[in-house]
Design a protein around this ligand. Structure first.
Ligand SMILES: [Zn+2]
Length: 173
């Protein structure tokens, strides 16, 4: 497995609507493995293909946070939200493409998701808690949306400026 370079906001590729996966090929399975490796290495709890510069509808996640719990890596191809609860949850979100910036985001507390697994089989599952927030955050990425797009324009601009500055500094090193 190989770790990939994670794109840093602002980047036009993070604003694109990604294409559906036609079929789950070996190449895409390899990409999912590389994305999981990249996510664990970062470390993070979710990663979407556009964050590594691939504009396909693929996300990976693992929201097991308790130390000692076995990892639960998930790869979802063409994930879609079938239903969302009226009840909401607020989590302080961050993003591997926006290093060191965090903000509270309100989202539906429960979502029902359908996707293709790594064998191309259709799966459906309900998520709640951190898993629900994470899967919504990652699916947003496939539609060119970042967590800061849920914030006020002022807050979004502030975080974008900080991210831009960090990106410039990193490029200089
Ligand atoms: Zn993100």
């Amino acid at each position: 497995m190989t770790t990939k370079t994670i794109l840093i906001h602002p980047d036009p590729r993070l604003k694109k609507v990604c294409d559906p996966v036609a079929d789950v090929s070996d190449e895409l399975r390899k990409l999912a493995d590389d994305m999981l490796e990249t996510m664990y290495d970062a470390p993070g709890i979710g990663l979407a293909a556009p964050q590594v510069g691939v504009l396909s509808r693929l996300i990976v996640l693992d929201c097991i946070k308790e130390e000692g719990d076995p990892p639960q890596p998930m790869a979802m191809f063409n994930p879609e939200i079938l239903a969302s609860s009226d009840e909401t949850n607020v989590y302080e979100e961050g993003c591997l493409s926006i290093p060191d910036q965090y903000a509270e985001v309100t989202r539906p507390a429960e979502v029902s998701v359908r996707w293709l697994d790594r064998n191309g089989n259709e799966r459906e599952q309900d998520f709640e808690g951190l898993w629900a927030t994470c899967v919504q955050h990652e699916i947003d990425h496939l539609n060119g949306k970042l967590f800061i797009d849920h914030l006020s324009p002022m807050k979004r601009q502030m975080i974008t400026r900080k991210s831009q500055k960090m990106k410039r500094e990193r490029a200089r090193v």
